[in-house]
Ligand binder design. Structure first.
Ligand SMILES: Nc1ncnc2c1ncn2[C@@H]1O[C@H](COP(=O)(O)OP(=O)(O)OP(=O)(O)O)[C@@H](O)[C@H]1O
Length: 427
């Protein structure tokens, strides 16, 4: 192995000999890319097996762990930052967790009255929740299972763009460079980067998605046996904690994995009914902490990926839309004191009200969700969305806006929901 430079970054070709249960960790920054390949042995990235001699390219922002159960020789080409081999990892414990899930799946296979395990991963920010979900899903699918992945992390969604919650049926392991294939996800518009943006709406959407998943599981025996893996946000105090208990109830979770935080573990042991297993697992020392700027950058690249694709480029359309041809709504009216509300309504009810917006400069660079609902009578809030557009120009004089859209005109629906998530299209 050639030695890394003073900053821990390497530019040349480097070969690493990994012993059994060792993990090679590195990051890619700036405009760099790193090409990785397995020269000998077997290795995996977050649960996806690597193909020997195949070249995997990681771009800026990637934070990667190449793990091997048996030992492997890994080659890296390009500028890998903070490259090192870790000999201590929690992977055996994560594998045991997967083995526990398999046991429950086998029981469900034998008894048609049972369903597969519904597991929720919780913990504060940057403890590897998304990574553990990916690992458990990958291990499940490698055993021939078809688990459902539910992502409730509205800040850093892995199913759709930020500001949404969603779910997808996982039919094959995540692509090493791109993650899970996002064909036919179920996506609900939330419109905020944290559940705290509108906790009432968040809980309502969680309940709706939970019902939808239950129906899908009833209709698909294989998914029903395989179970559900739920990713959550890192907001674990006060209302954040209450929203976790709401998720547990709505999805009727069987297992909660708490990463890293003993306090949260103890609170959940205290508050969950006895049939819910609460398990504590340590976080991996490799999980990279992200500051506010890095999170915002990750959100931006997620939206960019939605419109422009990641590796295989996509070519979004840009066209004008007349203000009079669409109706734009925001979900959630300003709170009024209970005493000012009509009889029988609580101030909180306002949080799920649709408020029509007058299109203007205020929507510039905002994401709009294109709702499947045709009219207000249909439950707009509880309908999943067809997709997203981004407002790239507003012309109040001509009463027009220009939008970026994955599909050519016309818009499939004219009911649009405003998101606080913004994206500056500079392509
Ligand atoms: N063992 C590891 N070695 C190196 N990098 C890792 C490892 N595990 C996770 N990472 C990286 O650390 C970053 C944070 O991990 P992850 O997104 O899973 O955390 P999280 O708890 O879900 O974060 P959030 O606070 O957004 O919910 C990711 O970029 C991931 O690729």
């Amino acid at each position: 192995m050639s030695a890394p430079s003073a900053e821990g970054s390497t530019d040349s070709v480097q070969t690493f000999e990994l012993g059994p249960e060792h993990e090679l960790r590195f990051e890619v920054e700036g405009k760099n890319k790193v090409i990785m390949s397995v020269r000998a042995g077997m290795a995996e990235v977050f649960g996806t097996e690597l193909v020997k001699e195949k070249e995997y390219t990681f771009l800026s922002g990637a934070k990667i762990a190449v793990f091997t159960w048996q030992g492997a020789t890994i080659e890296l080409r390009g500028k890998a930052e903070g490259c090192y081999i870790a000999k201590e990892t929690p992977m055996v414990m994560y594998l045991n967790c997967h083995a526990g899930l398999e046991q429950l799946r086998r029981k469900a296979e034998e008894n048609s009255e049972l369903h597969g395990p519904v597991l929720m991963v919780v913990g504060p920010q940057d403890v590897g929740k998304s990574t553990l979900c990916r690992l458990l899903l990958n291990y499940g699918v490698r055993m021939g299972r078809r688990p459902i992945f539910v992502d409730l992390d509205v800040g850093q969604s892995h199913v759709s763009i930020p500001g949404t919650i969603g779910a997808l049926l996982v039919e094959r392991p995540a692509a090493v460079e791109e993650g899970f294939s996002q064909q036919a996800p179920i996506v609900y518009h939330f419109g905020h980067k944290s559940p705290s943006g509108n906790i009432k709406l968040f809980n309502t959407l969680v309940s709706t998605l939970a019902e939808c998943i239950k129906e899908r599981m009833q209709a698909n025996r294989k998914a029903n046996v395989s179970g559900v893996i739920i990713n959550t946000c890192g907001w674990v105090k006060q209302s954040g904690y209450r929203s976790l208990t709401h998720i547990a109830q709505a999805f009727e979770v069987d297992v909660i994995v708490v990463l890293d935080q003993e306090r949260l573990y103890n609170e959940l042991v205290r508050d969950m009914p006895p049939f819910v297993r609460v398990v504590f697992l340590p976080k991996s020392g490799g999980v990279v902490e992200r500051n506010k700027a890095a999170r915002s950058e990750a959100r931006d690249s997620r939206v960019k990926e939605y419109f422009y694709g990641l590796r295989s480029p996509m070519y979004p359309h840009s066209f004008d839309v007349r203000f009079s041809d669409v109706k734009i709504y925001k979900i959630g009216a300003p709170s009024l004191p209970d005493s000012c509300m009509p009889l029988g309504m609580k101030a909180d009810d306002n949080k799920t009200k649709l408020v029509q917006m007058q299109p203007g400069m205020g929507i510039l660079n905002h994401i709009l969700a294109v709702s499947f609902a045709n009219s207000l009578e249909e439950e707009v809030i509880q309908s999943n969305v067809a997709g997203f557009i981004c407002v790239t120009k507003v012309d109040p004089e001509r009463q027009m806006m220009t939008v970026l859209s994955p599909q050519p005109r016309p818009l499939p629906q004219t009911l649009l929901l405003l998101s606080e998530v913004q994206y500056m299209d500079s392509q």
